[in-house]
Ligand binder design. Structure first.
Ligand code: VGL
Ligand code: ZN
Length: 198
């Protein structure tokens, strides 16, 4: 058994002061840094959108952030502009230890498709390459931490389980957006998929 630590989107944009701030987002940084020492492989993800990305409400005439629209790949929550490539909002939280990261997986780069999961874009089929990286490293198990629990962490954990990795979410090292009960729904879905919530 070989376990990788997947650190999901610990970026300024999801921390207080960021464009899509998650309450308490900054509180988990030191705990995540400490956890890295226990893992042979540490992989970071980075939400990395081109300006004008189709997941931004500002790209849809007359729409407001947090409304839901139908996209060709299914329903999509519209977000405030966030994590635009090369901006401070997209940078990792300054306290995050990035030295031990073997790889940074960037996602959400296709202007037409959002990408919550570290493994696939939201069409659930276009890969990021993370699965191949983990398999060539001999990884069998993944532990997930980061932001936000009910979106990128959950999507990543569900895909990991679907791909046959044993997946554990360290809930103490995640924080949620919790839009209309999305956290409870995400936890139910993860439990049903066999993801361990620790
Ligand atoms: C995320 C919404 C939009 C996340 C990313 O990291 O959970 N949520 N983009
Ligand atoms: Zn995003």
């Amino acid at each position: 058994m070989t376990t990788a630590l997947l650190v999901i989107d610990v970026q300024n944009g999801f921390c207080p002061g960021g464009n899509l701030a998650v309450a308490g987002g900054g509180e988990i940084v030191l705990g995540i840094n400490a956890l890295m020492a226990d893992y042979p492989h540490v992989i970071l993800t980075q939400d990395w959108h081109p300006a004008g990305h189709s997941s931004f409400a500002s790209a849809h005439e007359g729409r407001q952030p947090f409304e839901i629209v139908e996209m060709p790949y299914g329903p999509q929550v519209l977000w405030p502009d966030h994590c635009v490539q090369g901006t401070g909002d997209a940078a990792f939280h300054p306290g995050l230890d990035t030295d031990r990261a073997r790889a940074v997986i960037r996602k959400g780069m296709n202007p037409a498709i959002d990408s919550y999961s570290a493994f696939f874009e939201n069409d659930r089929t276009t890969p990021t390459g993370l699965e191949g990286l983990l398999r060539t490293l001999g990884v069998t198990d993944v532990t997930l931490v980061g932001l936000a629990t009910d979106f990128c962490v959950t999507y990543s954990a569900l895909d990991a389980a679907r791909l046959g990795f044993r997946a554990t979410v360290r809930e103490d090292l995640t924080r949620a957006i919790d839009l209309d009960g999305s956290l409870a729904a995400a936890r139910d879905e993860m439990r049903a998929a066999g993801v361990a919530l620790a």
